[in-house]
Design a protein around this ligand. Structure first.
Ligand code: CA
Length: 100
């Protein structure tokens, strides 16, 4: 099992369906990670660049220059959004979305 890649709206919709019972504002780690200090992301599972994404308004912002991981979350039970955030901060203790 590895962190999931999300490469299309269809895949994201499938994940959203699985997450419906969860608390809406919980974030979940996916396989996307920042490459260097710019806003280029790759999936570390495959090495492929992230071409489909749904970053929330103002994201990715690389706050503090340390936001190298990516979560997906639901906000106010609306559609899912993506956010970059630090991989190792206390706030980052989130659940994972994995795939085999
Ligand atoms: Ca962010």
């Amino acid at each position: 099992m590895e962190l999931a890649t999300v490469e299309s709206a269809k895949e994201e919709a499938e994940i959203e369906e699985l997450l419906k019972p969860e608390e809406p504002d919980n974030g979940f780690w996916i396989s996307a990670t920042r490459l260097g200090s710019c806003n280029l992301f790759v999936f570390f599972k495959t090495g492929k660049p992230v071409t489909y994404h749904q970053f929330a308004s103002g994201q990715p912002d690389n706050a503090g220059g340390k936001e190298e991981c990516v979560e997906i979350f639901k906000y106010n039970d609306m559609e899912m959004y993506w956010n970059d955030l630090p991989c190792d901060s206390a706030r980052s203790k989130k659940k994972f979305i994995c795939q085999s």
